[in-house]
Design a protein around this ligand. Structure first.
Ligand code: AHR
Length: 336
Protein backbone atom coordinates (compact mmCIF):
# COMPACT_ATOMS: atom_id res chain seq x y z
CA UNK A 1 0.00 0.00 0.00
CA UNK A 2 2.72 2.44 1.09
CA UNK A 3 4.84 1.78 -1.99
CA UNK A 4 1.93 2.34 -4.27
CA UNK A 5 1.02 5.55 -2.52
CA UNK A 6 4.44 6.94 -3.40
CA UNK A 7 3.30 7.08 -7.00
CA UNK A 8 0.44 9.31 -5.97
CA UNK A 9 1.93 12.54 -7.21
CA UNK A 10 2.43 11.13 -10.73
CA UNK A 11 -0.93 9.52 -10.96
CA UNK A 12 -2.70 12.56 -9.58
CA UNK A 13 -2.31 14.01 -13.06
CA UNK A 14 -5.13 11.70 -14.10
CA UNK A 15 -8.40 13.58 -14.21
CA UNK A 16 -11.39 11.97 -12.57
CA UNK A 17 -14.44 11.78 -14.75
CA UNK A 18 -16.93 13.03 -12.17
CA UNK A 19 -15.00 16.19 -11.41
CA UNK A 20 -16.95 19.06 -12.87
CA UNK A 21 -14.22 21.57 -13.65
CA UNK A 22 -16.34 23.64 -15.97
CA UNK A 23 -19.08 24.17 -13.46
CA UNK A 24 -19.74 27.76 -12.38
CA UNK A 25 -18.21 27.52 -8.94
CA UNK A 26 -19.52 30.73 -7.45
CA UNK A 27 -23.02 32.15 -7.30
CA UNK A 28 -21.46 35.45 -6.76
CA UNK A 29 -23.36 37.87 -8.87
CA UNK A 30 -23.74 41.25 -7.19
CA UNK A 31 -26.57 42.25 -9.52
CA UNK A 32 -29.39 41.53 -7.11
CA UNK A 33 -27.91 42.80 -3.84
CA UNK A 34 -29.46 46.26 -4.13
CA UNK A 35 -33.10 45.82 -3.22
CA UNK A 36 -35.84 47.63 -5.08
CA UNK A 37 -38.02 48.99 -2.25
CA UNK A 38 -37.41 52.55 -1.05
CA UNK A 39 -37.22 51.79 2.69
CA UNK A 40 -34.07 50.69 4.52
CA UNK A 41 -34.38 47.00 5.34
CA UNK A 42 -33.12 46.02 8.78
CA UNK A 43 -31.37 42.64 8.94
CA UNK A 44 -30.07 40.73 11.95
CA UNK A 45 -27.42 38.09 11.19
CA UNK A 46 -26.47 35.59 13.92
CA UNK A 47 -23.19 34.18 12.63
CA UNK A 48 -21.55 30.96 13.95
CA UNK A 49 -18.21 32.60 14.76
CA UNK A 50 -14.80 32.92 13.14
CA UNK A 51 -13.51 29.36 13.43
CA UNK A 52 -12.30 28.94 9.85
CA UNK A 53 -11.25 30.77 6.68
CA UNK A 54 -14.58 29.66 5.19
CA UNK A 55 -16.43 31.49 7.97
CA UNK A 56 -14.44 34.70 7.40
CA UNK A 57 -15.31 34.59 3.69
CA UNK A 58 -18.97 34.07 4.62
CA UNK A 59 -18.93 37.04 7.03
CA UNK A 60 -17.33 39.26 4.38
CA UNK A 61 -19.95 38.16 1.86
CA UNK A 62 -22.74 39.33 4.21
CA UNK A 63 -21.01 42.55 5.27
CA UNK A 64 -20.33 43.61 1.68
CA UNK A 65 -23.85 42.72 0.54
CA UNK A 66 -26.03 44.17 3.31
CA UNK A 67 -24.65 47.72 3.19
CA UNK A 68 -26.40 51.10 3.59
CA UNK A 69 -25.59 51.80 -0.11
CA UNK A 70 -27.58 48.69 -1.03
CA UNK A 71 -30.46 49.82 1.19
CA UNK A 72 -29.79 47.71 4.29
CA UNK A 73 -28.97 48.16 7.95
CA UNK A 74 -27.09 45.07 9.19
CA UNK A 75 -26.94 44.03 12.84
CA UNK A 76 -24.16 41.42 12.94
CA UNK A 77 -23.35 39.11 15.87
CA UNK A 78 -20.34 36.73 15.90
CA UNK A 79 -21.34 34.01 18.40
CA UNK A 80 -17.85 32.50 18.71
CA UNK A 81 -19.26 28.99 18.34
CA UNK A 82 -21.76 29.42 21.18
CA UNK A 83 -25.42 28.58 20.51
CA UNK A 84 -26.54 30.49 23.62
CA UNK A 85 -25.00 33.67 22.18
CA UNK A 86 -26.89 33.08 18.93
CA UNK A 87 -30.17 32.60 20.80
CA UNK A 88 -29.57 35.82 22.76
CA UNK A 89 -28.74 37.62 19.49
CA UNK A 90 -32.01 36.46 17.90
CA UNK A 91 -33.95 37.72 20.95
CA UNK A 92 -32.15 41.05 20.62
CA UNK A 93 -33.00 41.23 16.88
CA UNK A 94 -36.65 40.62 17.78
CA UNK A 95 -36.53 43.41 20.42
CA UNK A 96 -35.00 45.72 17.81
CA UNK A 97 -37.82 44.84 15.42
CA UNK A 98 -35.65 43.85 12.45
CA UNK A 99 -37.34 43.03 9.13
CA UNK A 100 -35.52 39.71 8.65
CA UNK A 101 -33.47 37.43 10.89
CA UNK A 102 -30.71 35.36 9.28
CA UNK A 103 -29.10 32.52 11.22
CA UNK A 104 -26.17 30.23 10.41
CA UNK A 105 -26.82 27.84 13.31
CA UNK A 106 -23.84 26.46 15.24
CA UNK A 107 -25.67 23.14 15.71
CA UNK A 108 -28.91 21.69 14.33
CA UNK A 109 -31.03 21.21 17.47
CA UNK A 110 -32.35 23.44 20.25
CA UNK A 111 -33.99 26.25 18.26
CA UNK A 112 -37.75 25.74 18.66
CA UNK A 113 -38.37 28.17 21.54
CA UNK A 114 -36.56 31.18 20.07
CA UNK A 115 -37.96 30.59 16.58
CA UNK A 116 -41.46 30.55 18.08
CA UNK A 117 -40.69 33.98 19.56
CA UNK A 118 -39.64 35.26 16.12
CA UNK A 119 -42.78 33.80 14.59
CA UNK A 120 -44.96 35.46 17.24
CA UNK A 121 -43.28 38.76 16.36
CA UNK A 122 -43.98 38.05 12.63
CA UNK A 123 -40.28 38.31 11.70
CA UNK A 124 -39.24 35.92 8.92
CA UNK A 125 -36.22 33.76 9.71
CA UNK A 126 -33.89 32.74 6.88
CA UNK A 127 -31.34 29.98 7.54
CA UNK A 128 -28.00 30.20 5.79
CA UNK A 129 -25.17 27.64 5.63
CA UNK A 130 -26.09 25.04 8.28
CA UNK A 131 -29.58 23.66 8.86
CA UNK A 132 -31.85 23.32 11.93
CA UNK A 133 -33.92 20.40 13.17
CA UNK A 134 -37.23 21.90 14.30
CA UNK A 135 -40.59 20.47 15.36
CA UNK A 136 -42.45 22.66 12.87
CA UNK A 137 -40.92 23.57 9.50
CA UNK A 138 -42.96 26.78 9.36
CA UNK A 139 -40.74 28.20 12.12
CA UNK A 140 -38.30 29.30 9.43
CA UNK A 141 -38.98 30.65 5.98
CA UNK A 142 -36.26 28.99 3.94
CA UNK A 143 -32.68 27.72 3.97
CA UNK A 144 -29.79 28.25 1.55
CA UNK A 145 -26.43 26.46 1.72
CA UNK A 146 -24.24 23.54 0.68
CA UNK A 147 -25.35 19.91 0.47
CA UNK A 148 -23.08 18.47 3.16
CA UNK A 149 -24.07 14.84 2.65
CA UNK A 150 -23.42 15.15 -1.08
CA UNK A 151 -20.04 16.74 -0.29
CA UNK A 152 -19.15 13.74 1.91
CA UNK A 153 -20.31 11.33 -0.79
CA UNK A 154 -18.28 13.25 -3.39
CA UNK A 155 -15.18 12.77 -1.23
CA UNK A 156 -15.91 9.02 -1.09
CA UNK A 157 -16.43 8.83 -4.88
CA UNK A 158 -13.14 10.62 -5.42
CA UNK A 159 -11.33 8.16 -3.12
CA UNK A 160 -12.91 5.17 -4.87
CA UNK A 161 -11.73 6.43 -8.29
CA UNK A 162 -8.29 7.36 -6.97
CA UNK A 163 -7.68 3.94 -5.44
CA UNK A 164 -9.08 2.14 -8.49
CA UNK A 165 -6.74 4.10 -10.77
CA UNK A 166 -3.79 2.85 -8.73
CA UNK A 167 -4.99 -0.74 -8.55
CA UNK A 168 -5.53 -0.27 -4.83
CA UNK A 169 -9.27 -0.89 -5.01
CA UNK A 170 -9.09 -4.16 -3.10
CA UNK A 171 -6.24 -3.25 -0.70
CA UNK A 172 -6.95 -2.69 3.02
CA UNK A 173 -7.35 1.05 3.49
CA UNK A 174 -7.20 2.63 6.96
CA UNK A 175 -9.11 5.88 7.22
CA UNK A 176 -9.07 8.65 9.85
CA UNK A 177 -12.09 10.97 10.01
CA UNK A 178 -11.40 14.41 11.52
CA UNK A 179 -14.87 15.66 12.32
CA UNK A 180 -16.15 19.21 12.55
CA UNK A 181 -18.18 20.63 15.45
CA UNK A 182 -20.33 17.74 16.61
CA UNK A 183 -24.00 18.36 15.82
CA UNK A 184 -23.34 20.95 13.09
CA UNK A 185 -24.95 20.10 9.72
CA UNK A 186 -21.57 20.24 7.99
CA UNK A 187 -20.26 17.58 10.40
CA UNK A 188 -23.43 15.47 10.32
CA UNK A 189 -23.53 15.32 6.49
CA UNK A 190 -19.83 14.80 5.84
CA UNK A 191 -19.50 12.16 8.60
CA UNK A 192 -22.53 10.33 7.19
CA UNK A 193 -20.90 10.42 3.75
CA UNK A 194 -17.67 8.75 4.89
CA UNK A 195 -19.48 6.28 7.17
CA UNK A 196 -21.65 5.19 4.21
CA UNK A 197 -18.49 4.81 2.12
CA UNK A 198 -16.85 2.65 4.79
CA UNK A 199 -19.95 0.45 5.03
CA UNK A 200 -19.98 -0.01 1.27
CA UNK A 201 -16.29 -1.07 1.14
CA UNK A 202 -15.43 -4.05 3.36
CA UNK A 203 -11.70 -3.31 2.86
CA UNK A 204 -12.01 0.29 4.15
CA UNK A 205 -11.48 0.57 7.91
CA UNK A 206 -12.37 3.58 10.05
CA UNK A 207 -9.45 3.44 12.49
CA UNK A 208 -10.09 6.77 14.25
CA UNK A 209 -12.75 9.49 14.40
CA UNK A 210 -12.28 12.67 16.42
CA UNK A 211 -13.58 16.23 16.36
CA UNK A 212 -11.22 19.14 15.67
CA UNK A 213 -14.13 21.62 15.89
CA UNK A 214 -13.46 22.95 12.35
CA UNK A 215 -10.33 24.77 13.63
CA UNK A 216 -6.66 24.50 12.64
CA UNK A 217 -5.45 24.08 16.24
CA UNK A 218 -8.28 21.60 16.89
CA UNK A 219 -7.28 19.60 13.79
CA UNK A 220 -3.65 19.49 14.83
CA UNK A 221 -4.46 18.44 18.40
CA UNK A 222 -6.90 15.72 17.32
CA UNK A 223 -4.47 14.39 14.68
CA UNK A 224 -1.59 14.27 17.18
CA UNK A 225 -3.77 12.27 19.58
CA UNK A 226 -4.82 9.88 16.80
CA UNK A 227 -1.21 9.38 15.68
CA UNK A 228 -0.32 8.55 19.28
CA UNK A 229 -3.25 6.13 19.61
CA UNK A 230 -3.05 4.23 16.30
CA UNK A 231 0.48 4.94 15.06
CA UNK A 232 1.31 7.03 11.97
CA UNK A 233 2.29 3.95 9.91
CA UNK A 234 -1.27 2.65 10.04
CA UNK A 235 -2.91 5.71 8.51
CA UNK A 236 -3.56 5.60 4.74
CA UNK A 237 -6.25 8.25 4.33
CA UNK A 238 -7.22 11.42 6.18
CA UNK A 239 -10.79 12.59 5.63
CA UNK A 240 -10.68 16.11 7.14
CA UNK A 241 -14.14 17.66 7.37
CA UNK A 242 -12.76 21.13 6.58
CA UNK A 243 -9.64 22.81 5.20
CA UNK A 244 -8.56 24.37 8.49
CA UNK A 245 -8.46 21.03 10.31
CA UNK A 246 -6.60 19.51 7.35
CA UNK A 247 -3.96 22.23 7.65
CA UNK A 248 -3.51 21.52 11.37
CA UNK A 249 -3.36 17.77 10.71
CA UNK A 250 -0.75 18.31 7.98
CA UNK A 251 1.51 19.96 10.61
CA UNK A 252 1.04 16.94 12.88
CA UNK A 253 1.79 14.51 10.01
CA UNK A 254 4.98 16.41 9.08
CA UNK A 255 6.08 16.47 12.73
CA UNK A 256 5.73 12.66 12.67
CA UNK A 257 8.14 12.49 9.76
CA UNK A 258 5.61 11.64 7.04
CA UNK A 259 4.75 13.38 3.79
CA UNK A 260 1.12 14.57 3.61
CA UNK A 261 -0.42 13.85 0.20
CA UNK A 262 2.13 11.11 -0.50
CA UNK A 263 2.35 8.85 2.56
CA UNK A 264 -1.21 9.76 3.56
CA UNK A 265 -3.97 10.63 1.07
CA UNK A 266 -5.72 13.80 2.23
CA UNK A 267 -9.30 14.71 1.31
CA UNK A 268 -10.63 18.02 2.61
CA UNK A 269 -13.81 20.14 2.47
CA UNK A 270 -14.39 23.84 1.65
CA UNK A 271 -11.79 24.14 -1.18
CA UNK A 272 -10.65 27.58 -0.04
CA UNK A 273 -7.54 29.35 -1.32
CA UNK A 274 -5.06 27.55 0.98
CA UNK A 275 -6.43 24.13 -0.05
CA UNK A 276 -5.56 24.99 -3.66
CA UNK A 277 -2.07 26.12 -2.63
CA UNK A 278 -1.58 22.80 -0.82
CA UNK A 279 -2.99 20.71 -3.70
CA UNK A 280 -0.51 22.39 -6.03
CA UNK A 281 2.26 21.71 -3.47
CA UNK A 282 1.19 18.03 -3.38
CA UNK A 283 0.14 18.06 0.29
CA UNK A 284 -3.65 17.76 -0.21
CA UNK A 285 -5.02 15.31 -2.77
CA UNK A 286 -8.65 16.36 -3.11
CA UNK A 287 -10.80 19.33 -2.00
CA UNK A 288 -14.60 19.12 -2.09
CA UNK A 289 -16.09 22.57 -2.43
CA UNK A 290 -18.36 24.24 0.12
CA UNK A 291 -19.25 27.70 -1.16
CA UNK A 292 -19.40 30.43 1.55
CA UNK A 293 -20.59 33.34 -0.60
CA UNK A 294 -24.19 33.37 0.60
CA UNK A 295 -24.69 37.14 1.03
CA UNK A 296 -25.95 37.80 -2.54
CA UNK A 297 -28.12 34.65 -2.41
CA UNK A 298 -29.87 35.77 0.76
CA UNK A 299 -30.27 39.29 -0.69
CA UNK A 300 -31.94 37.78 -3.74
CA UNK A 301 -34.37 35.88 -1.48
CA UNK A 302 -35.21 39.07 0.43
CA UNK A 303 -35.67 40.98 -2.82
CA UNK A 304 -38.12 38.38 -4.07
CA UNK A 305 -40.07 38.53 -0.81
CA UNK A 306 -40.11 42.33 -0.80
CA UNK A 307 -41.66 42.16 -4.28
CA UNK A 308 -44.41 39.83 -3.10
CA UNK A 309 -42.83 36.69 -4.54
CA UNK A 310 -42.32 33.28 -3.01
CA UNK A 311 -39.09 31.34 -2.59
CA UNK A 312 -38.14 27.67 -2.46
CA UNK A 313 -37.95 26.32 1.07
CA UNK A 314 -34.63 24.48 0.53
CA UNK A 315 -32.02 25.96 -1.80
CA UNK A 316 -28.81 24.00 -2.38
CA UNK A 317 -25.91 25.76 -4.08
CA UNK A 318 -23.74 24.19 -6.81
CA UNK A 319 -20.45 22.77 -5.54
CA UNK A 320 -17.59 21.03 -7.35
CA UNK A 321 -14.69 18.68 -6.55
CA UNK A 322 -11.06 19.53 -7.26
CA UNK A 323 -7.79 17.64 -7.05
CA UNK A 324 -4.12 17.92 -7.97
CA UNK A 325 -4.92 17.35 -11.64
CA UNK A 326 -6.84 20.60 -12.02
CA UNK A 327 -5.90 22.77 -9.01
CA UNK A 328 -3.38 25.00 -10.81
CA UNK A 329 -5.73 25.70 -13.70
CA UNK A 330 -8.74 26.41 -11.46
CA UNK A 331 -7.03 28.47 -8.73
CA UNK A 332 -6.95 31.81 -10.62
CA UNK A 333 -10.74 31.67 -11.03
CA UNK A 334 -11.46 31.27 -7.31
CA UNK A 335 -12.95 34.04 -5.18
CA UNK A 336 -12.18 32.64 -1.71
O1 AHR B 1 -20.91 25.04 7.86
C1 AHR B 1 -19.87 25.17 6.95
C2 AHR B 1 -18.61 24.76 7.61
O2 AHR B 1 -18.37 25.63 8.70
C3 AHR B 1 -17.35 24.88 6.79
O3 AHR B 1 -17.03 23.73 6.09
C4 AHR B 1 -16.34 25.07 7.86
O4 AHR B 1 -15.08 25.44 7.38
C5 AHR B 1 -17.01 26.00 8.76
O5 AHR B 1 -16.56 25.98 10.03
Amino acid sequence: MKKLLLTASLLSLVAFSFISCNKKTTADSTESVQHVSSRTIKIGYAQVGHEAAWRDANTTSFKTTFTPENGYELLFVDADGNQEVQIAAIRDFIAQNVDYIIVAPVVESGWDAVLKEAKAAAIPVILSDRQMKVSDESLYLCWVGGNFLKEGRDGVKWLESYLENKNLGSEDINIVDLQGTIGASAQVGRTKGIEEGIKAHPNWNLIAQKSGDFRTDGGKKAMKEIIKEVGIEKINVLFAENDDMALGAIEAIKESGKKPGEDIIIITFDAGHEAFVRMIAGEINCACECNPLHGPRVAEIINTLENGGTVDKIQYVDEAVFDQSNAAAIMPTRLY
